[in-house]
Design a protein around this ligand. Structure first.
Ligand code: ZN
Length: 122
């Protein structure tokens, strides 16, 4: 069944049909809408796009949770008796121990001193 076409404002150029950073390439004409400022789509295509966006966000959230759990496991294992995180902060002039701890975790992992057994969510 053919679906009704819907005029949708082009998300790339915001409806102007023009992208200033393409000025040198195509006189600024927006590629996705070909300078019209809108694209023709269907409701099901819009729904699908929205669904994909949602799935992507859910995946990212799961990945963040997993990374946090991994970092906490690492810190619990190595921070216990030596105030590990404080030392990390002291070594970093910015006072942000997290990036340093992350780097150290990678080194420990590569050397086989730390292993996180929970598999990645996907
Ligand atoms: Zn456009």
């Amino acid at each position: 069944m053919a679906q009704t076409k819907i005029k949708k404002e082009c998300g790339k150029c915001g409806g102007s049909g023009f992208l200033s950073h393409y000025r040198a390439i195509s006189a600024g004409t927006c590629f996705p809408c070909n300078g019209k400022g809108y694209i023709l789509t269907t409701q099901s295509a819009i729904n699908q796009k929205e669904k994909r966006k949602q799935q992507k966000e859910e995946k990212a959230a799961l990945m963040r949770q997993w990374s946090e759990k991994k970092m906490n496991t690492f810190l619990n294992e190595f921070a216990e008796d030596q105030d590990f995180l404080n030392k990390m902060k002291g070594m970093n002039p910015e006072g942000n121990g997290y990036q340093l701890a992350f780097n150290l975790m990678q080194v420990f992992e590569a050397q086989g001193k730390f292993e996180y057994t929970e598999p990645k969510p996907f």
